[in-house]
Ligand binder design. Structure first.
Ligand SMILES: [Zn+2]
Ligand SMILES: [Zn+2]
Ligand SMILES: [Zn+2]
Ligand SMILES: [Zn+2]
Length: 603
């Protein structure tokens, strides 16, 4: 089998289908994709609205209370149930079932079913006092937290597990008292840090491990009392650290800027891959034969291609392709997102415990489904209609045939036969309501030009009581009255124009728990709304993309002359010959070293 170059139906870029991809397609009996892996991710992300919350009426029979929902009131989804009612036995989603119609394109029929079946307002399980959270399991007293499990007293944060008393953190597990951290694990009292593990009582750390009482450090291992990578005695450290006053917004901004520049003076490892074999991507742990995969922060996985966020502690994720959020021992996920426990799920979104499922949305504890929405504990259903096993097995191949005979064509002329994921217009969400905007940010014009729906922000008419420049510079001068203020986000101009593309809510409040945290830890008030803060953290991670590059170690120093090697490398004073696949784009300023050169310098 040879590799084959193809042109992506969507972005028109060339992509390569390798023999390993063909083998996978053969195994699961699907045709080769006509979309490139990056565009498939983009389509999958369009089905994940994490943080756009709306108020609407609960449509469950006998209910009419106002609820928080990820589906706006004008959504194509006709009815939204309070999630507790949705998960109860008080209604039956088979009542929305329909006969397959061989004179209408498949995706059109699926669209009608999708619009008619009620959806839960948010994704929550076992949570207490955490109304404004979505995709959370076991949340207690949390506010604006998304995609998280086992969290307590935590605010404005995403992608967490086992976290308590934290604000504004991203991609972290097992930590307490954190603020403005990105991908930090096993921490205690850690602020403004990134990609660091087992660190405590520190701030502004980057790529550090096992450090405590350190400030502004890069690439340190098991160190104490360091400031900007310089060692101090314990006494000196505590007297010197007083010079850095994070309580003042002006000083904090300057420290952030200085640290940003300081990071560029040290080599960065080409990829954050640990304990892995034969794998490419970024942020990988316990991976085996993973190709172009990203963000496996928990658990093991193997033989996967183009999978982002495989997770789960017990069993390894296996044999999956072009998917996102594949969890707990799943195998054979293909073009699917949010699939947990099970096997052989293709072209589907949000399937928890299930196998042999295709083109389905939000179905749980099911097997052998085709084109179903919102089912629980069912099997052998098509368009939410129950069949016998024999009828089902006869009808599914006929529908697949029909999908190829009468394909669906979208507004941009893209053609969808069997083997393609749902087109953008089938998603219940607009591009900028979903994580597609986080990973592949677009302007309104770009999104519409590519055939994605765009949601105009609702007019909020907030009565702004403070603009960012009216806030006291220092946290010590902030009075309790701040809790009544509606503060304008610094991304909004005086003439009310939003200058960013980051789901800006234009204004925000400070909540009491938050104020207490800033006061206790001497941290200045933020000037951006929670969404804009989230997007600044996202910028600290690399994109879901790899470039082939050379190691930037020229022998005794880095190519740009900024970093002087501390040791002798295997290549002596010659340029390092190693090449790698890295998520650092070639034009970036960071010094990027191969595994061997990096390990020589960072011990
Ligand atoms: Zn493409
Ligand atoms: Zn904002
Ligand atoms: Zn090297
Ligand atoms: Zn080297």
């Amino acid at each position: 089998m040879k590799s084959e170059a193809k042109q992506c139906q969507n972005c028109k870029n060339e992509f390569t289908i390798e023999p390993e991809d063909f083998l996978f397609y053969e195994k699961i009996k699907v045709p080769a994709s006509t979309w490139c892996p990056e565009c498939i991710w983009q389509l999958l992300f369009l089905w994940r609205n994490e943080r756009s919350l709306y108020k609407r009426k609960c449509n469950a029979p006998g209910h009419e209370e106002e609820i928080i929902s990820i589906f706006p009131p004008d959504s194509e989804i006709n009815s939204v149930y309070d999630y507790k009612f949705w998960w109860s036995d008080n209604w039956d989603s088979l009542q929305y079932g329909r006969e397959y119609n061989f004179s209408e394109p498949f995706l059109q029929q699926f669209g009608k079913l999708l619009a008619s079946v009620p959806q839960p307002n948010v994704i929550q399980t076992n949570s207490i006092n955490s109304e404004y959270c979505n995709s959370v399991l076991g949340a207690k007293n949390c506010y604006l937290v998304f995609a998280a499990s086992r969290i307590e007293n935590t605010y404005y944060s995403s992608w967490l597990d086992e976290i308590r008393d934290c604000l504004d953190i991203l991609w972290s597990h097992h930590g307490e008292l954190g603020y403005e951290n990105v991908l930090c694990n096993d921490f205690y009292k850690l602020f403004f840090s990134g990609f660091s593990e087992e660190c405590s009582e520190s701030a502004f750390l980057w790529d550090c491990r096992g450090c405590s009482y350190c400030f502004g450090c890069v690439g340190l291992r098991n160190k104490q009392y360091h400031i900007f990578n310089k060692p101090y005695s314990k006494e000196e450290y505590f007297s010197k650290i007083k010079e850095y006053n994070l309580g003042s917004f002006a000083e904090l901004s300057k420290i952030k800027k200085d640290f940003q520049e300081f990071k560029l003076k040290y080599p960065h490892k080409y990829a954050r891959i640990t304990n892995s074999v034969n794998s490419t991507g970024d942020n990988l742990k316990n991976a085996k034969n993973a190709f172009y995969c990203f963000d496996s922060t928990m658990g093991a996985f193997e033989d996967c291609r183009y999978v982002a966020v495989p997770f789960g502690k017990d069993e390894a994720i296996k044999d999956s392709h072009s998917s996102f959020g594949v969890g707990h021992g799943f195998s054979f996920a293909y073009q699917s997102a949010s699939v947990i426990t099970g096997s052989s799920v293709f072209f589907s979104k949000k399937i928890w415990t299930g196998y042999n499922i295709q083109y389905s949305y939000n179905c749980h504890n099911c097997h052998d489904l085709f084109a179903c929405v919102g089912l629980r504990n069912k099997s052998y259903c098509i368009l939410n209609k129950q069949y016998s096993k024999e009828e089902y097995e006869k009808l599914v191949p006929q529908i697949i045939d029909h999908m190829n005979q009468m394909p669906y064509t979208d507004s941009k002329g893209r053609i969808y036969r069997y083997g393609e994921f749902f087109p953008p217009e089938r998603s219940p969400f607009a591009y900028n309501e979903t994580i597609a905007q986080e990973y592949f940010p677009l302007t309104k014009e770009q999104a519409e030009q590519q055939g994605y729906r765009w949601k105009e922000p609702e007019t909020k008419n907030y009565q702004i009581t403070k603009t960012p420049d009216q806030l006291p510079d220092h946290i010590k001068d902030v009075k309790d009255g701040i809790l009544n203020d509606i503060i304008q986000c610094a991304h909004v101009t005086t003439s009310q124009v939003v200058t960013c593309n980051e789901q800006c809510t234009t204004a925000f409040r400070i909540i009491p728990q938050e104020l207490e945290f800033y006061r206790k830890n001497n941290i200045a008030l933020p000037r951006l709304c929670p969404n804009c803060r989230h997007y600044q953290r996202l910028k600290q991670r690399n994109p879901l993309k790899l470039w082939q590059r050379k190691c930037q170690c020229s022998g005794t120093k880095s190519d740009n002359g900024i970093y002087q090697n501390q040791t002798n490398h295997f290549h002596q004073d010659q340029h390092c010959p190693n090449e790698f696949e890295t998520s650092y784009a070639p034009e970036r300023q960071e010094i990027v070293y191969c595994e061997e050169c990096y390990q020589q310098e960072v011990v």
